[in-house]
Design a protein around this ligand. Structure first.
Ligand code: NDP
Ligand code: N5H
Length: 257
């Protein structure tokens, strides 16, 4: 079996800068020979994304603006992708958001608006995006999303995002069940803490990583590249029998009691 991604096209959603997990995924897919399509929320980071992608040798990438809270934008983006490339073979959903004030203090204080916003962007978006992209996967395909241990257990400061990730995990499984009959697999990667723009200035990130360096089986944190290579596995035929699964790429931290 050939696990090259040459001749295949993947959509990567959620590159903000070179530290983004989505960027680690893009590099792994690129290294395997894939053609890439990037979407970004708004123009704020679009030039940065284009500059980054220009460093990928021989990559003839396409770019689309897509705010996942906007149903029309999601529909239009995938209609446009269909017109421009026809078939796609996979998608990486690397998108989450919660208000800063909801990522500190007590979860019990979460407002209705803050709860709905976090779930809208971080969990429902996977439903909207999967519904729009699955019809383009005419040769079968893979969808991968990014989750975190805070959706399985209570992690200090993760708060509403933990509840949204629990919803995302279940969403991933229900989508895997629906889309499997069309040859579309849906999986999640539960990444250990990585210093990205999202993680910046929130909670006590340093104390979380210190604990991981001291206690995780591998005694270190993980990198965007390691998450990227697992996404490559999940988006290639290497994982053809795997769907509805959560793979922890966290140096083994989740096995600790
Ligand atoms: P980044 O800040 O690099 O990426 C977050 C992305 O979310 C940004 O590109 C942002 O787009 C996008 N986004 C936010 N709102 C919207 C929206 N309405 N529509 C479209 N895109 C939106 O952080 P990460 O790489 O850390 O995050 C990627 C995923 O990984 C998230 O799901 C996160 O929860 C998850 N994760 C991260 C971990 C970590 O330690 N960093 C650990 C485990 C999981 P834009 O830049 O255009 O605003
Ligand atoms: C226990 C922790 C540390 C505390 C919680 C962090 C949660 C982070 C997730 C969300 C996505 C962060 C977020 O929404 C930040 C925004 O309020 C402000 N930032 C932005 O608007 C920037 C500019 C844009 C690019 O960010 C987004 N998201 O659009 C968890 C950590 C140990 C692990 C971690 C960091 C997990 C995770 O899910 O990201």
């Amino acid at each position: 079996m050939n696990f090259s991604l040459k001749g295949r096209t993947y959509v990567v959603m959620g590159v903000a800068n070179k530290r983004s997990i989505a960027w680690g995924i893009a590099r792994s897919l690129h290294a395997a020979g894939a053609r890439l399509i990037f979407t970004y929320a708004n123009d704020r980071f679009s030039q940065q994304v284009k500059d980054l992608v220009s460093t990928l040798e021989g990559q003839d990438a396409l770019f689309y603006e897509c705010d996942v809270t906007d149903d029309e934008a999601v529909a239009t983006t995938f209609e446009q992708i269909k017109q421009d490339v026809g078939t796609i073979h996979g998608l990486a959903h690397c998108i989450a958001f919660a208000n800063r004030e909801d990522l500190q203090g007590e979860f019990v204080d979460t407002s209705r608006d803050g709860y709905l916003l976090a779930h809208n962007i971080s969990a429902y978006s996977l439903v909207a995006v999967s519904r729009a992209c699955a019809p383009l996967m005419t040769e079968g395909g893979g969808i991968v999303t990014l989750t975190y241990l805070g959706g399985e257990r209570v992690v200090k400061n993760y708060n509403v995002m933990g509840v949204a990730k629990a919803s995302l995990d279940a969403t991933m499984k229900y989508l895997a069940n629906d889309l499997g009959k069309n040859g579309v697999r849906v999986n999640a990667i539960s990444a250990g803490p990585i210093r990205t723009l999202s993680a910046k200035g929130i909670g006590d990130f340093n104390s979380v990583t210190k604990k991981i360096e001291e206690e995780a089986p591998l005694r270190r944190t993980v990198t965007q590249e390691e998450v990227g290579d697992t996404a490559y596995y999940l988006l290639s035929d290497l994982s053809r029998g795997v769907t509805g699964e959560i793979i922890h790429v966290d140096a083994g931290y989740n096995i600790l009691g």
